[in-house]
Design a protein around this ligand. Structure first.
Ligand code: SF4
Length: 123
C-alpha cells in the first residue's frame, strides 16, 4: 500500500520477526540489532507532535501507521501510544490511514473509532 507519510509510535518491536527489515533502526542509537525486540521505546510525544503537524498534511495524502514497528505490539496495552494517535485522527474527517499489524488488538481500537462522532479512516 503506497503512502506519503508514516508514523511509528514505537521504536523496536517485541514480535522480533527474523525477516524484519526495521531491525537495523536500533543501530541508529548505537544498539545491537538483536536488541530490537528487547528494548522498546514508546514515543511519548507522538500524539502531541501529530496534533501540531497534521494541519500541514494534505488530506489527499496517505498516512501509514506502523512501517518500522508493529503499532499494536504488546507494549501498546501498557503505553497506548497508537491509541493516542488515533484519538488525534478521530477529530478529523477525510484522512486516509493504513495500519499494519499482526495483532488482534487492532480490532478493539477500530471498534471504538467506528463509534467516534467523526469516523475518519479508510483502511
Ligand atoms: S515490525 Fe513487523 S516485521 Fe518487524 S518485528 Fe515487528 S511485526 Fe515483525
Amino acid at each position: 500500500m503506497p503512502f506519503h507519510w508514516t508514523i511509528n509510535p514505537y521504536r523496536g518491536c517485541e514480535y522480533g520477526c527474523k525477516y524484519c527489515y526495521a531491525r537495523y533502526t536500533h543501530e541508529f542509537m548505537e544498539m545491537a540489532p538483536e536488541e530490537f525486540e528487547d528494548k522498546i521505546y514508546a514515543k511519548s510525544a507522538a500524539a502531541h507532535l501529530l496534533r501540531q503537524e497534521l494541519g500541514r498534511i494534505d488530506r489527499k495524502e496517505y498516512i501509514a501507521i506502523g512501517t518500522a514497528t508493529d503499532p499494536y505490539q504488546p507494549a501498546e496495552r501498557r503505553y497506548g501510544r497508537t491509541r493516542a494517535i488515533l484519538e488525534v485522527f478521530a477529530r478529523e474527517r477525510g484522512r486516509h490511514l493504513t495500519i499494519t499489524t499482526k495483532s488482534d488488538l487492532v480490532t478493539a481500537t477500530s471498534t471504538s473509532c467506528a463509534r467516534s462522532p467523526a469516523p475518519m479512516w479508510s483502511v
